[in-house]
Design a protein around this ligand. Structure first.
Ligand code: ARG
Length: 481
């Protein structure tokens, strides 16, 4: 093995206490700049607010504050344009920005007063998540619109609803789509809950025990938008919790996992529907892929990848839970490992939501195929039992009688709607001549108008309700949640 030499470097965190820089492999092992550079915008915002506050308590002069602000702004421009050179030997985003700023603006040597990377990173991740979760909420709305749109383009399409993946009862295709709209709405709410809880400012917690200097934490919180509905500052109430809490990371990763699970179930439905066996939908060519060998293939890769990617989102959540569970108070370097997991969960879920929405916008339903599958008279066996209930038979007895009818039909090799009235009455005398009209699919659907049920009026009303709620105007009026 090659021996590593201790490399001389200007690592800010080591100046004074250490005689030299870390060994090269130590630096490579411990750097996080390769992934936490993504927090640069939040880091700059936090530093600007901190500098503003330091000026109000007399640690910085106005001139120094302005120089720091201007320096941070110009660093931001450079980073944004890709011209900034990140240095792994400076470990992380916080040190990279501070070191370069101090090189250009000497007053920046005062910027880290009463601040630690421990409260700085807690702040940056909260700020980052705040933006990302808001955007993810918007993307969920787009996905919901795509589902409502797909249902609304085919309001008359009826499919068999399945339990145990066995045909159960007929439902409108739109009803099936709206089931997912409900799920994604709860996901939206869960992101809102996470946002509410994470929108609290940890800056001022210092490394663990706050500061001896008279910081104005509330000012910093207000400058960074950590406020309640009345505009009052929301700050963390315990400095140790402020630097060691990663609940907000886990909560966000958990909300992302549930979105991923819902997406995966939707993907599975799409994959099944696109098979020759089901053949319920057509996905536009641009949203499918071919096979390198079999010329006839048209594969639903977006749905498959979405289903596949849900695995890593769930894995990230588990990694984060395990990462945290054994850590003593307060900050431990282990926590640096949270970022890649969190970034991956948010990125993966955001792109999956976006692609699934786009694919659904380019999907159509083969209504004839769906109707003939839903026309299987067995799907109305429960209606037959309900018919007997309406004639006074206890449901258990009605269930038994219809079971016997189904068995009889199977033996006779005839579909359920081809059993004669006499044969039906042989099994249960309460069957009357009107029973045969029960098998008309449109009439069968009209019998299902309870709230929440898939009757034509109920589903049309739900489609209208959701279109209204999801219209961009209504969104703007109701705010981000
Ligand atoms: N890169 C670090 C992290 O992500 C920042 C905090 C480092 N703090 C420290 N005391 N070494 O956790």
């Amino acid at each position: 093995m090659k021996k590593t030499k201790s490399k001389k470097s200007a690592v800010v965190s080591r100046s004074g206490r250490f005689s030299g820089g870390p060994a090269a492999d130590v630096a490579a092992f411990s750097e996080s700049i390769s992934f936490d550079w993504r927090l640069w915008k939040q880091d700059i915002l936090g530093s600007k607010a901190h500098a503003t506050m330091l000026e109000t308590i007399g640690v910085l002069t106005r001139k120094e504050r302005d120089e720091i602000h201007a320096g941070l702004d110009s660093l931001g421009v450079e980073i944004e344009s890709g011209r900034f050179r990140w240095k792994p030997e400076l470990e992380d985003v916080h040190m990279n920005i501070e070191a370069e700023l101090t090189r250009r603006v000497p007053a920046a040597a005062k910027l880290h007063t009463a601040r630690s990377r421990n409260d700085q990173v807690a702040l940056d991740v909260r700020l980052w998540l705040r933006d990302e979760l808001f955007e993810l909420q918007d993307e969920l709305r787009t996905l919901q619109r795509a589902l409502v749109g797909l249902g609304a383009r085919h309001p008359k399409a009826v499919i068999p609803g399945y339990t145990h993946l066995q045909r159960a009862q007929p439902v409108f295709f739109a009803h099936h789509c709206l089931a997912y709209v409900e799920m994604f709405d709860r996901d939206h709410g869960r992101l809102g809950d996470a946002l509410q809880r994470l929108n609290v400012c940890p800056l001022g917690s210092g490394a663990i025990a706050g500061s001896t200097l008279p910081l104005d934490r509330e000012l910093v919180a207000k400058l960074l938008g950590f406020v309640d509905e009345q505009g009052r500052a929301r700050i963390t109430r315990n400095s140790m919790d402020g630097v060691s809490d990663r609940d907000f990371v886990i909560e966000s990763a958990a909300a992302a996992s549930l979105i991923a699970v819902h997406l995966s179930r939707l993907a599975e439905d799409v994959i099944l529907w696109a098979t020759s066996e089901f053949n319920f939908i057509r996905i536009a060519d641009a949203y499918t892929t071919g096979s390198s060998l079999m010329p006839q293939k048209k594969n639903p890769d977006i749905a498959e990848l979405t289903r596949g990617k849900s695995g890593r989102v769930i894995g990230n959540l588990v990694s984060l839970l395990v990462l945290l569970k054994g850590l003593p108070m307060t900050y431990n370097r282990d926590m640096q490992e949270d970022k890649e997991r969190l970034f991956d969960s948010v990125d993966t879920v955001r792109s999956s939501v976006r692609l699934m929405a786009a694919m659904l916008d380019h999907t159509s339903v083969k209504e004839d195929v769906c109707r003939s599958a839903a026309g299987d008279p067995q799907l109305l066996a429960t209606d037959l039992a309900d018919y007997l209930v309406l004639r006074g038979l206890p449901f258990r007895k009605a269930h038994h009688a219809v079971g016997a009818v189904v068995g009889f039909a199977e033996k006779a090799g005839r579909p359920l709607d081809r059993i004669t009235l006499a044969e039906l009455q042989g099994i249960e005398p309460l069957f009357g001549p009107d029973v045969l009209g029960l098998f008309d699919l449109d009439r069968a659907m009209s019998r299902r108008e309870l709230p929440g049920a898939p009757g034509p009026k109920a589903v049309a009303a739900e489609l209208r309700r959701w279109s209204r709620l999801l219209s961009t105007d209504a969104q703007a009026a109701s705010g981000p949640n």
